[in-house]
Design a binder for this molecule. Structure first.
Ligand code: ZN
Length: 164
């Protein structure tokens, strides 16, 4: 889904409400990603605020099984049409974790990509299906094999001493 910036600028309130509902294939789910977003243009700044609800099918790092993680994200991000001068930058203070993307004169914003990026930024580095997940036999087998590597024997010894 693309929005045309000049279309919004031509509106009296210079804003647009978006009810987004699309399947994003990269999330491996048939459930559409939903978002309620408000786009507001002020000078050369395009600000997008709202909420995103997404279900993403991921693979657990411990047991290697698929699981669905639900993301409910509040977003407050901005695009700039061209480089801001320093006084404009001062006026426009963003949250620390926000991104500001320079559109370099483009007149369109890909909202699907925007939503995708927002969700991706919220996926944790370590993916665990459940707080009680202990992994499975395949992983344990792998760890055992690793520690029988003669180069790792020294670490095994150190660990045993520590445990006693
Ligand atoms: Zn798991």
């Amino acid at each position: 889904m693309n929005i045309i910036i000049s279309d919004i600028e031509n509106k009296e309130d210079k804003s647009l409400e978006i009810n987004f509902s699309e399947i994003i294939e990269e999330f491996n789910t048939k459930t559409p990603v939903k978002a309620d977003l408000n786009v507001q243009i002020a000078g050369s700044i395009i600000r997008i605020k709202g909420k995103i609800h997404a279900e993403v099918n991921l693979v657990c790092d411990l047991c290697l099984k698929d699981f669905t993680k639900i993301f409910d994200i509040e977003v407050d991000e901005a695009y700039i049409k061209e480089n801001l001068n320093s006084s404009q930058q001062k006026e426009f203070e963003l949250k620390e974790d926000s991104f500001v993307e320079d559109l370099n004169g483009k007149d369109e914003i890909d909202i699907t990509d925007f939503v995708y990026q927002c969700v991706i930024l919220n996926i944790p580095n370590k993916l665990v299906c459940d707080i009680n997940c202990n992994g499975d036999g395949n992983i344990n087998k792998y760890i055992k094999k690793e520690s029988s590597d003669p180069r790792l024997e020294i670490f095994k010894t150190i660990k045993i001493e520590k445990d006693n």
